[in-house]
Design a protein around this ligand. Sequence first.
Ligand code: NDP
Ligand code: GDR
Length: 324
Amino acid sequence: MAKRALVTGVTGQDGSYLAELLLEKGYKVYGLRRRTSTPITTNIEHIKNEIEFIDGDLLDVSSLINANRIAKPDEIYNLAAQSFVGSSWEQPLLTGQVTGLGVTNMLEAYRLTSPEAKFYQASSSEMFGKVVEVPQKESTPFYPRSPYGVAKLYGHWATVNHRESYDLYACSGILFNHESPRRGIEFVTRKITDAVARIKLGVQQELRLGNLDAKRDWGFAKDYVECMWLMLQQESGDDYVIATGETYSVREFCKIAFEYVGLNYEDYVVVDPKFFRAAEVDLLIGDPQKSISKLGWNPRKTSFEKLVKMMVDSDIARIEKEIR
Ligand code: NDP
Ligand code: GDR
């Protein structure tokens, strides 16, 4: 019998790579999808006929119970969230409801409907926020610096608490930034590679960014979804930091991306205070030791430079088609 997985956030970057991975492994994949007036399914266009979609929203617990009843999942991956840190200051309540309380809605639907399933919660390195310890690991104290980070921390503890209260197999994956050609255009990496492509092709003149000195531990999303799956193949649920163990600044990302197409970032990047954050996370660098030793995961499959180049190549190909 094929295993059954329920994936929320299936239209997003991670949801699309995870759905691909699960389909490759022979799973029957159910994707929770919100109703929108103009659906954008670019990330899953190539596999949309293989996914069974169920309409639902993290804010509507009855839709989540319904999704569990239809999917009868062996594994549940809760990837849905208001995931953009920048927007979380503009929509703090929505972020709290979706990214925070939405997790409890999912956990309750899971507990009441499919308690035998294994549950994955998409937690975040943003929960570490202010630098307390370097590198950050599972035992590092949390100090979130945005409404998003605060909401994710609630979701993390809700997951741990459900595991401990009801003896459920629930995992919290504390994932550091991971990127890909499918990354949302508002995130800094994709904003940079999209701009590099447009500037190279002569359809954009400059790139306006905020804090160039912020440092992130950036990995490749396709490698990271493997870890989500691995977490649900163990004997019991646990929490894991997923990271590469390397950190680079936004400035370094720009330098490599522009240099790759023969340009100097200093000629095009303009610092615009409009993109500064009310509170910044200056430095993230994760310690992936536990995921290496317990899950057998390889954090160095895709190098930083390879990731940057892959994203630039993909944006150049896309924009060439657009302007042709
Ligand atoms: P995306 O922003 O690409 O995807 C978010 C997904 O959530 C989309 O499918 C979106 O649907 C869905 N969604 C948003 N609101 C709701 C809602 N109210 N009900 C149901 N679905 C909703 O995120 P990523 O793929 O990058 O990230 C996946 C998860 O991992 C997120 O929870 C994110 O916070 C977390 N995370 C991500 C990291 C990263 O570096 N990428 C690192 C650490 C954690 P729609 O298409 O309709 O908007
Ligand atoms: P982040 O990703 O906040 O780390 O959250 P983002 O790419 O938005 O920002 C990374 C860093 O770049 C700086 N920055 C800018 N950011 C954006 N978006 N736009 C700019 O113009 C810009 N200029 C500089 C930011 O200040 C920040 O320091 C991502 C999301 O995927 C979360 O959902 C996830 O939980 C975390 O990664 C881990």
